[in-house]
Design a binder for this molecule. Structure first.
Ligand code: NDP
Ligand code: OXD
Length: 311
């Protein structure tokens, strides 16, 4: 076996793997790229690249596995998977384009809300000239990691009054920051709440009626993290009793969102199909290339997640 080259298995359930396979096959550090599902001999595979749930039985086919990479920023599809031994490091995609695109999406959502674009569109449908004005907004971001911190900085530069909440206290110029124990004061002064947390046992279903009650009336919700953060019935109740003014949702417990889900037709909800920020294969491949070299040279991998914390 050539020590300078490794075999890789790509398992992408919801994406066509071809672009990844074509590029990885050209790396001079890769001897073979397998695509799951396969009957090929996988005993020499050292790296597994995954997007979305891994079929049961994959790991037992990989006796030589040394590293798993998520092909997205999130790792919730991997951390809860009992077939993955703790000894195998899991990495994720950290990429400036992912952060840029996410911040742009959130900025779009905040501006559409601030400038009443839904109501303007309806007025246009009736040729109705109604001057809907606006005020500056206080926007709070839950999660100040790679994406959340980029997002608060962009929106601060756009002139919004920004705050952020994270597990450990952050210091970000011009942004009011709160630590995990300070959720109540963080929530109490917002106009828009943005969720950019990872899903962990601590944050699963965090967007529920108890949290909504701690928000001032009229808050607009933007959920771009994971569907499992949101209790959908609690959101619908809070929208129906006018406690929340609306929601922009990109992620759902079940994706694709089933046709019969009431969120599709709720007048105060705007839906996008998990496209807030999409991994750009060409830049993500640069990170994978760097990590393949590190694996070969037995150096520490970049962007390894903390299995205990779950992100
Ligand atoms: P990071 O891991 O970089 O950041 C996570 C942040 O959440 C950190 O600030 C962390 O705190 C905070 N956090 C974690 N647990 C808690 C908790 N219990 N209480 C308070 N704060 C907590 O993640 P990213 O910014 O890269 O990504 C965030 C999520 O965005 C991903 O996990 C993924 O689910 C989602 N995503 C969605 C996409 C889409 O298209 N819709 C695209 C890409 C990502 P601390 O700083 O103290 O560690
Ligand atoms: C991600 C995503 O986690 O696309 O990268 O949701």
């Amino acid at each position: 076996m050539d020590k300078q080259k490794i075999e890789i298995l790509v398992a992408t359930k919801v994406w066509d793997p071809q672009e990844w396979v074509d590029s990885l096959s050209q790396f001079d550090t890769v001897s073979k790229v397998h695509v799951w599902p396969t009957e090929e001999d996988l005993s020499k595979v050292e790296a597994l690249f995954v997007w979305k749930p891994l079929d049961q039985g994959v790991i037992e086919r990989l006796p030589n596995l040394k590293w798993i990479s998520s092909l997205g920023a999130g790792v919730d599809h991997l951390v809860g998977d009992a077939q993955i031994p703790y000894s195998i490091p899991i990495t994720r995609i950290v990429d400036p384009f992912l952060a840029r695109d996410m911040s742009n999406y959130v900025a779009m959502g905040v501006l559409m809300h601030q400038r009443n674009m839904g109501a303007n569109q309806q007025n246009q449908n009736h040729s109705s000239w109604e001057r809907l004005t606006y005020s500056n907004l206080k926007v709070g971001v839950m999660g100040l990691g790679k994406l959340g911190s980029h997002c608060v900085n962009l929106l601060r530069q756009m002139g919004f009054d920004m705050s952020g909440w994270s597990r450990t206290l952050k210091h970000i110029e011009g942004v009011k920051t709160y630590a995990q124990t300070e959720l109540k004061p963080f929530l109490s002064e917002l106009d828009v709440l943005v969720n950019l947390l990872p899903v962990t046992p601590d944050t699963e279903s965090i967007l529920n009626s108890n949290l909504f009650e701690q928000l001032p009336q009229g808050v607009y919700l933007i959920n771009v993290a994971r569907g499992n953060h949101l209790v959908e019935e609690d959101l619908i109740a809070a929208l129906n009793n006018n406690h929340l003014s609306g929601a922009l949702l990109d992620v759902f417990r079940q994706e694709p969102l089933p046709k019969e889900n009431p969120l599709w037709t709720h007048p105060k909800v705007t839906i996008t199909p998990h496209v807030a920020s999409v991994t750009n294969p060409s830049s993500a491949l640069e990170l994978l290339k760097a990590n393949i070299k590190r694996l070969i040279h037995e150096e520490e991998l970049l962007h390894v997640i903390d299995r205990e914390a779950g992100y």
